[in-house]
Design a protein. Structure first.
Length: 403
């Protein structure tokens, strides 16, 4: 997993450059970098087993029957053979040298980037972190390498659309529509990848960006139309109030998103960035305020099962007052007894039980909507456990006794 880094995504995919890694790396580990070779047919070549490596590379590169160009993983290469490979034209590859020594004499030009895996240093690559923002965003927001691979593939599809448009049209009017799914500051990355992969000259990004005045006017109209507001200040207040309370809140809004929000309506950042997600919910689902049932789940810490102390409850209530939310989040645990009834147990002895009237915090959803109905049932069971005083780890059946 050392290879799943923004630098390698930038070098292999967006810049379409070749990579030289030393010292020796096991092939199964080296193949993690295949994640960044989307659009290519991959071929493995073991250098020590081939006496005519250069001829094989020349033949494979020009006579492949695959619809995609070929990308070579050339491993266990001796230093003297590296220069021969680097002299070949139109070769896309990752070379793994079996030498433990630095090889500065081989660093020539910029089409091959050299990386010392032992020291984790590049010999001829000095890209700043701010220039890798897109790559970092793609990796950090992907829960696993399969999701990351899908996102890289999606960018490759976008590049293919750009290539087709440039071949079929004399102007660039369609490019903003093709790229609209991505932030404008990342358009240059995608255009660079398009040029490198298809070996074409792509237009200067300045020629396809909307004029600032029109962009600002369009943005203003959209904001007025959609009545978009910024609730970031509320989010910061919540997170700064108390660590456990803030952490529970983040978990709950993601849980709410999974159950109640169509992911197709969310941008990438709104899916994984809790602040962006909160702004989306406040603008679309919680326009009036955070709903009472959500507040009560939050107060009960239903995900972490963290037990709030009296002081922490006061902090929670103070937070709600700051947010101007007029609700007592702990009211279910403070409802006074309504009436007393007598029941007879198995031995025939009458015992007095306090019975409390509990009103559902939300309307009962239809059982046909199983996700919401299940969520509602769990909420009611939590309330029931709280009312009868079931302690952590105790089974309700044990408390209630035989029935």
């Amino acid at each position: 997993m050392d290879f799943i880094r923004p630098e390698f995504l930038n070098i292999l995919f967006f810049q379409q450059k070749n990579l030289v890694i030393y010292p020796y790396v096991d092939l199964k580990h080296l193949h993690y970098l295949e994640l960044f070779t989307t659009g290519y047919s991959v071929i493995d070549l073991e250098s020590t087993a081939l006496h005519n490596l250069k001829e094989i590379l020349e033949f494979e590169a020009t006579n492949s029957y695959s619809q995609n160009p070929t990308f070579f993983f050339i491993y266990n290469v001796e230093r003297k053979k590296v220069k021969e490979i680097m002299e070949l034209d139109d070769i896309h590859c990752i070379i793994n040298i079996n030498s433990n020594e630095d090889i500065p004499e081989l660093v020539n030009g910029s089409s091959y980037i050299f990386f010392n895996k032992k020291s984790k240093q590049f010999l001829n690559y000095n890209t700043l972190d701010k220039e890798l923002e897109f790559e970092q965003s793609l990796i950090s927001s992907s829960q696993n390498k399969e999701i990351l691979q899908d996102r890289i593939q999606k960018i490759k599809i976008t590049a293919t659309k750009i290539f087709t448009a440039l071949n079929q049209e004399e102007d660039l009017s369609s490019l903003p529509n093709i790229l609209q799914e991505y932030d404008q500051k990342y358009w240059s990355h995608i255009l660079k990848m398009t040029g490198g992969y298809f070996d074409i000259k792509v237009p200067d990004i300045k020629h396809i960006l909307p004029k600032p005045s029109k962009l600002a006017q369009s943005s203003s109209v959209d904001n007025i139309k959609n009545n978009i507001k910024d609730f970031s200040n509320e989010y910061e207040i919540i997170l700064s109030s108390h660590k456990a309370i803030g952490k529970e809140f983040i978990q709950l809004i993601h849980n709410y998103r999974e159950k109640r929000v169509n992911p197709a309506h969310l941008e990438l950042e709104e899916l994984f960035n809790p602040q962006k997600l909160y702004n989306y919910l406040r603008n679309h689902h919680w326009k009036e305020d955070i709903p009472p049932d959500f507040i009560r789940q939050w107060a009960r810490m239903t995900i972490s099962h963290y037990k709030l102390s009296d002081t922490e409850r006061e902090i929670f209530e103070s937070l709600l007052r700051t947010l101007r939310i007029d609700i007592n989040p702990f009211e279910h645990s403070q409802v006074p007894p309504k009436k007393r009834v007598h029941k007879t147990n198995i031995q025939g002895i009458k015992n007095e039980h306090k019975v409390q009237v509990v009103h559902p915090s939300t309307p009962i959803p239809s059982v046909q909507d199983w996700v919401q109905f299940k969520s509602w049932m769990i909420e009611q069971l939590d309330l029931l456990e709280e009312l009868i005083g079931v302690s952590d780890g105790e089974n309700i059946n044990e408390r209630l006794g035989p029935t």
